[in-house]
Write a protein that binds this ligand. Structure first.
Ligand SMILES: Cc1cc2nc3c(=O)[nH]c(=O)nc-3n(C[C@H](O)[C@H](O)[C@H](O)COP(=O)(O)OP(=O)(O)OC[C@H]3O[C@@H](n4cnc5c(N)ncnc54)[C@H](O)[C@@H]3O)c2cc1C
Length: 217
């Protein structure tokens, strides 16, 4: 990392969960650097989809950078590269665009680039990401890729206790039911376990109604 250009700061100095207010490394881009970066991302060599995945839609909340760039030059600057709340110590102002990195291991030797999903080929990632000011000499420990989730059409094939309608001895939990994420997958696992425990005990999980809050004005 070239800290002549990059600096540590969280957006608006906000302390996120477990954060200190300066949890990100910020690499600033001026307009020329940003335009050149977008052009390189658009022109860069991408990996091809396999025939069986060409019709798989992207998850809009987590788009590859080249897909965002293809929607408009400004899209990344209003997405993962937005500069708001980040004061470049060299100018005291928000830069034109920013690439943020967050610490990835306890030792502080690995950082990931925030929001940079990509289908660019590996050699292209190294070449293009080194165009980012501050990352000219970065070493890349792991390069980006896309993953595809396959899941059940749960409302159709599962009952209200996560059992397979076609064979109720089978229960499903986690991401394969159609949720995504650590918390969501764990929550569905907990539910499946509780459904199973209740069934084994010959009872049903009761749905507890939450009491309406009284509001004092
Ligand atoms: C690159 C990447 C980054 C992610 N980042 C985040 C993130 O930042 N935050 C977040 O919340 N979520 C993130 N996720 C999503 C999150 O990892 C998953 O939603 C979650 O781990 C799913 O948990 P799970 O237990 O349902 O499934 P999994 O963790 O996939 O567990 C399924 C297990 O079943 C095993 N298995 C499969 N087939 C068989 C078989 N036939 N016999 C025995 N075992 C089998 C597998 O080996 C695996 O261990 C990310 C996912 C990926 C791929």
């Amino acid at each position: 990392m070239n800290f002549d250009l990059a600096w540590f700061q969280s957006r608006y100095d906000k302390e996120g969960p477990g954060g200190t207010g300066s949890d990100y490394i910020n690499c600033p881009l001026n307009k020329e650097e940003y335009d050149a970066f977008i052009a390189a991302v658009l022109a860069g060599d991408k990996t091809d989809f396999k025939e069986w995945e060409t019709n798989t839609p992207y998850f809009e909340g987590c788009l590859p950078i080249e897909v965002m760039a293809s929607r408009g030059v400004e899209t990344l600057r209003f997405g993962p590269m937005k500069p708001v709340g980040l004061d470049d110590p060299r100018t005291g102002r928000w830069p034109y665009a920013v690439v943020q990195l967050r610490q990835d291991n306890k030792l502080g030797t690995l950082y990931n680039i925030v929001g940079f999903q990509t289908k660019l080929k590996y050699a292209e990632q190294v070449r293009i990401f080194r165009m980012i000011p501050g990352l000219e000499n970065a070493e890349f420990a792991r390069l980006g890729g896309l993953h595809r989730n396959t899941f059940l059409n749960s409302p159709r094939v599962l009952d209200s206790q996560l059992r397979l309608k076609a064979d109720p001895r089978l229960r499903f939990a986690g991401q394969v039911t159609g949720v995504e994420g650590y918390v969501e997958s764990t929550a569905i696992g907990l539910l499946a376990g509780r459904f199973l425990a209740a069934e084994s005990l010959g009872s049903r999980l009761s749905r507890r109604r939450s009491r309406p809050h009284s509001v004092r004005c």
